[in-house]
Design a protein. Structure first.
Length: 311
């Protein structure tokens, strides 16, 4: 994806449907988990750019495929890239081949982190209410499929694809050849990440209560809440020796912490009435009151021309 493209905005209807669609998908994976391993190379060129020296010979390329000719000519593929992108592609390919041949946990985690990063970047919650609907629905979804059935655990253990991050529990004993893992699904990273991203504009312009503060209090609060919720998940899992639905702890923390901050600051109403737009940059002021104009188009044009001609 081109980094200049706008993210996909999740509406309230999409948020309400999400747990249902996710449940159907999860059940399908449970029934058909023996599928081909996922091969994908993820873009990490923006991260790698800082490692290239200033005098690096960077050339521009364009890959263009068209269909038809003349006025009916249609672009099928139009992709611009440079030498740095080719270097990143080569490195990504090495990781991809490594994962296909060895299924090593480090390669799995590299893909998982890349997928999570892209997911958070491409998905956008347009308001806090939509985020609450989404998190609330997935809270029920996660609890049901982990505690109510063995579907979630079976899919996580059986599906050989980087759909999760794994953490070796026997790392000190076996080193890089560890084979006993704790797992964290990518959904437990992407969804709270989208929520934190939706709160990043609260407390900064154009948030109405904080035009002069220009802070990111709610974002940092949700970030701390995620760390707390994830730590609590690990603690409970260690105590009870049983798989835990991470969203059972992440959702109350990620919603509760920012809500408490809003209560303390007296901004609850503004928090839920504020609606961000993917088409507006974070610090771009918006016109909320439009002037009233009257008269014919010709008279308005003459008036504008006179104002433009004034010194």
């Amino acid at each position: 994806q081109n980094s200049s493209e706008m993210p996909e905005t999740i509406t309230s209807r999409d948020a309400a449907r999400f747990p249902i669609v996710a449940s159907c998908t999860l059940l399908g994976l449970y029934l058909f988990f023996k599928v081909t391993a996922l091969l994908c190379t993820s873009r990490f060129s923006p991260v790698m750019n800082r490692f290239f020296p200033a005098n690096f010979p960077n050339k521009q390329y364009q890959l263009l495929f068209t269909q038809g000719s003349g006025e009916s000519k249609e672009e099928i593929v139009n992709y611009e890239f440079d030498t740095k992108d080719l270097v990143c592609l080569a490195l990504s390919s090495v990781v991809g081949v490594w994962y296909l041949l060895r299924k090593h946990w480090i390669a799995n985690n590299l893909f998982g982190l890349a997928f999570s990063l892209n997911g958070v970047e491409l998905l956008h919650l347009n308001n806090v209410s939509t985020g609450c609907i989404l998190l609330g629905g997935l809270f029920i979804y996660d609890v049901f499929w982990v505690f109510g059935t063995n579907v979630m655990v079976t899919v996580a253990k059986s599906f050989e694809a980087p759909i999760k991050l794994v953490f070796p529990q026997d790392l000190l004993e076996k080193g890089l050849e560890a084979d006993n893992f704790a797992m964290l699904g990518l959904g437990d990273i992407v969804i709270p990440g989208c929520w934190a991203g939706s709160l990043s504009s609260l407390g900064s312009a154009p948030f109405p209560c904080s035009l002069k503060k220009n802070t990111h209090t709610y974002f940092y609060t949700s970030f701390v809440a995620y760390i707390f919720g994830l730590g609590l998940t690990i603690f409970i899992m260690h105590i009870f020796k049983h798989a835990q639905p991470a969203l059972l702890y992440l959702v109350p923390a990620c919603i509760g912490f920012p809500l408490l901050v809003a209560l303390a600051k007296g901004e609850v109403t503004e928090m839920f009435s504020y609606e961000s737009s993917a088409e507006i940059l974070p610090h771009t002021p918006r016109l909320t009151h439009f002037p009233t104009v009257s008269g014919s188009p010709a008279s308005l044009a003459d008036s504008m021309q006179q104002k433009l001609s004034c010194p």
